[in-house]
Design a protein around this ligand. Structure first.
Ligand code: FES
Length: 328
């Protein structure tokens, strides 16, 4: 998940509070896809959410998973998540489908957004693959309400697998592409990008092959106009260690040994640091870099942001220099 326009989230050194919610509704949305509504037990408003935002869902089995919000409101009385049962589930979506019922108490984080809409875009081109529609659907609601200029290209293997397809099918902005209706041909991202209005901003959320094709198709587009969000890590975490992290606020130095992440080592050294996915896809552990060259392994920051070396994800990224000075 990444954007070039979002301000960096600087880890403050304190764990964020959790929010108590209960599941209030579970609705089918497509094959193996459901919508889960959750609200505070007393019905009080939840923290504001913007399109593209996601929350952490803390499951009773001890797992934490990140899901994008389908609807984004300034003062929401509920959060709605679109969740697809993943056949390769490591216990997250499988547990949710098999175990969570209406009334189940859970905790969630406040929304975080590493995939926001660009406020100044002349035109927005939204591209979603399968369950990647969840943050994109929230964007269509906002852009529609704002009467903004935008198009949606929404693709999947078949219509049965596409959530919200009936809502969207009649909308002038929506272009639905089902592979099985085109002889198995995939959505032509090169054509979409090349035919877009000048100065368009491009957004993509979907499976990894779609995101790789999107990044190739937008390679010549200015990085600040290209926005994408991954579901899964794109690189192995760096555990090479062998460097020193200097904590700029105290001047303390901590050696990162081989086999450990910066986050793990700093926690063992007594720091309280926020994290969630611990695999470089949620952006919670983003930390400002003062000097040194990180070995970026996250899927949150763009190539442009990686090259700038202004921030890094300390759960998965390492260091290419002997010393790294962090704003901690
Ligand atoms: S904890 Fe999710 S990116 Fe580091």
């Amino acid at each position: 998940m990444t954007v070039a326009v979002s301000p960096p989230t600087i880890v403050s050194g304190s764990a964020a509070p959790l929010i108590d919610v209960r599941i209030t509704a579970i609705r089918p949305a497509a094959d193996d896809t459901r919508l889960y509504d959750m609200a505070r037990p007393d019905g009080a408003p939840l923290p504001a959410a913007e399109p593209g935002a996601h929350i952490d869902l803390n499951l009773p089995n001890g797992m934490t998973r990140q899901y994008s919000l389908v609807i984004a409101h300034p003062l929401p009385d509920r959060y709605t998540l679109g969740i697809k049962r993943d056949p390769a589930s490591r216990g997250g979506s499988r547990y949710i489908f098999d175990e969570l019922k209406i009334g189940q108490a859970l905790t969630v984080s406040a929304p975080r957004n590493h995939f926001p809409l660009a406020a100044d875009a002349a035109h927005h081109v939204l591209i979603a693959g399968g369950i990647g529609i969840t943050p994109i659907y929230a964007m269509t609601q906002k852009l529609g309400a704002d009467r903004a200029s935008f198009d949606l290209h929404y693709a999947g293997r078949s219509r049965r697998q596409l959530a919200f397809v009936d809502d969207l099918a009649g909308a002038a902005f929506a272009h639905i592409h089902c592979d099985d209706e085109h002889g198995g041909a995939l959505l032509d991202l090169d054509r979409i990008v090349s035919q877009a209005l000048p100065e368009s901003h491009f957004y993509c959320c979907g499976p990894t092959p779609m995101l790789e094709a999107f990044r190739a198709a937008t390679a010549a587009v200015a990085p600040e106009r290209v926005h994408f969000e991954y579901f899964s890590p794109q690189a192995e975490a760096s555990k090479a260690g062998g460097f020193v992290v200097e904590l700029a606020r105290s001047g303390r130095e901590v050696f990162i040994p081989p086999g450990q992440s910066i986050l793990e080592t700093l926690r063992e050294a007594g720091l309280t640091l926020d994290s969630s996915c611990q695999e470089g896809i949620c952006g919670v552990c983003e930390t400002k870099v003062i000097s040194g060259v990180p070995d970026h392994r996250d899927s949150v920051l763009s190539d442009h942001e990686h090259a700038a070396n202004k921030t890094m994800m300390i759960c998965c990224s390492g260091c290419k220099t002997e010393r790294l000075v962090l704003d901690l």
